[in-house]
Design a protein around this ligand. Sequence first.
Ligand code: SAM
Ligand code: SF4
Length: 329
Amino acid sequence: MAQQFADNFDRKFYYLRLSVTDVCNFKCTYCLPDGYKPENGKRESFLELDEIERTVSAFARCGTSKVRITGGEPSLRKDFTDIIRTVASQPGITKVATTTNGYRMEKHVAEWREAGLTDINVSVDSLNPHMFYQITGENKFAEVMAGIDKALEVGFKQVKVNTVLLKDLNSTELPLFLKWIQTRPIQLRFIELMQTGEMNDLFKNHHQSGVSIRNHLIANGWLLKARGESDGPAQVFIHPDYVGEIGLIMPYEKDFCQSCNRLRVSAKGKLHMCLFGDYGVDLRDLLQQDSQQDELIQRIQTQLDNKAEGHFLHDGHAGMTPHLASIGG
Ligand code: SAM
Ligand code: SF4
């Protein structure tokens, strides 16, 4: 193995979040409220399969064991199954995950699993179909639910569900969510709304801290679970009476960045040190031939020396990210 990717704060990077498209068919209020629009109105060029292979190969050689394929909506890529297969076939990659809005899951999840997908996250912002529509701009609640059932049916041991916590929208649904996971192997993860560049009043009006949920869980006998080395930043709670689990992702909490173990590559081949960083470093010129792998690793390693200790979200500084679809949330 080449030298393990690490930074100056003794954080090791086992986890790559790889975006494969900026395009999305949903219009989530906190992400793409007006729907996807190509930059400068032009057709965009996202990483091709061979570029994806070279990216993942370089990361795997430097200790990465988990890759999350994200977007935009990754399942909109016609070659999505081939992407999964390519990522899964890289030596050293033991976990291949995706984050999806779930609308194509029912039809394709069996094929994704067969291609090597090991973990799946689906976004479900409400268990009320009307609220789901209000938040995502799409009337696809039934399809997404059927997709989750199908994933469990074809053999995924657990499905992770991402729910962005939104005050006065879905914040009253905790009892409904708890009932839903009582008998299902679902890890439901409440994500605090993060402020991004293009967000105006939404954050002011709807951001809610996860603390009240954490207090409720602890008061009701839920216990914090230990964290694995390639796990994400969620604090995960378990309860003997529930098959499912509850995760809390609270980026505004002190020390959130200390456990950072991931790097990001955007759909246009830019390396991002942080979701809320100020710049991305282009890798694409080094993704064109297998013979460039050592130079690629060198470029990534140089950038790691510049990774900041934490983000500055608390100061209202969200970096260059206009919305999470542009960098792979
Ligand atoms: N389209 C896929 C989906 O929605 O699952 C994958 C990409 S999406 C950007 C990844 C995750 O980021 C989703 O779970 C979404 O809810 C979350 N997300 C997007 N914008 C966010 C924001 N401003 N704050 C918190 N979470 C956000
Ligand atoms: Fe699309 Fe995901 Fe953004 Fe919603 S959160 S608009 S599904 S990329």
